[in-house]
Design a protein around this ligand. Structure first.
Ligand SMILES: Nc1ncnc2c1ncn2[C@@H]1O[C@H](COP(=O)(O)OP(=O)(O)OP(=O)(O)O)[C@@H](O)[C@H]1O
Ligand SMILES: [Mg+2]
Length: 220
């Protein structure tokens, strides 16, 4: 089972929106997916209440000690991918999630202040020796300032592609209890999330190969 964590102490960067969008996109590729909510704010739980489709399953964790047993249980039940949405903080729960993640995804809006605000999270990820990638989210649909933001993020580490533009479909999908690929299957927001899932899936596959070759994997 692969464990993806959406993390950054910067609020409103898109952790929950991308968690949902990616979970549904992966599920539509026939993957067995679970969403784990590690944020008392409850964005994912409320989305699930609005949702008519029973999948993906949603689990909540409150205590850091709950994470590892939950991941073990999901793995035993045959879940292929767990996506963990975290709160905008580097609290002990977020730290435990990072420690358990195969890949940490750090969404950031394309502004210097937002990118800088992710640095404490990046430091924590590096301290725990986890893999990570930034996602540039809520980018303007047109405009030339993006390359500057992308260069800043690339200088801090890996940048997942493509960028995810600011599009109403993401907000409307969340409100409707849907993933954006369900809400507007033929649309640019959906295309971006499908492509982003492809990028992530390829990196998870690489991680599995490394693991198979005996690469050191820190215990979570
Ligand atoms: N690509 C996007 N296009 C349009 N709206 C977006 C996009 N990504 C996120 N949003 C919107 O931005 C707001 C914040 O997103 P979200 O709640 O996912 O952030 P978060 O990082 O989970 O926030 P928090 O730190 O409070 O948990 C929401 O209203 C969401 O719908
Ligand atoms: Mg959130």
């Amino acid at each position: 089972m692969h464990v993806l964590a959406l993390v950054t102490q910067k609020g409103g960067s898109g952790k929950s929106t991308l968690s949902v969008g990616l979970a549904v996109a992966a599920m539509q590729r026939s993957e067995r997916v679970a969403l784990i909510e590690a944020d008392a704010q409850g964005t994912i739980s409320r989305w699930k209440e609005r949702r008519e489709h029973p999948y993906p399953r949603v689990e909540r964790v409150v205590d850091p000690a709950e994470i590892e047993p939950l991941i073990a249980r999901l793995r035993a039940e045959g879940v292929w991918l767990a996506i963990i949405d975290t709160a905008a903080t580097t609290n002990s729960l977020a730290m435990r999630v990072i420690a358990c993640a195969d890949l940490c995804l750090i969404p950031a809006r394309p502004s210097p202040a937002d990118i800088e605000a992710a640095i404490p999270t990046l430091i924590a990820i590096r301290r725990l020796n986890r893999r990570f990638a930034f996602i540039l989210n809520q980018t303007p649909t047109r405009g030339g300032r993006l390359s500057e933001a992308a260069t800043s993020l690339s200088s801090l580490g890996v940048l997942a592609l493509p960028f995810v533009a600011q599009r109403n479909d993401h907000q409307d999908a969340l409100g409707a209890g849907l993933g954006v690929t369900e809400f507007a299957p033929v649309g640019k927001a959906s295309d971006e999330i499908v492509s982003l899932w492809g990028w992530i899936a390829a990196h998870l596959a690489e991680e599995s190969d490394d693991y198979g070759k005996g690469a050191l994997k820190a215990a979570c």
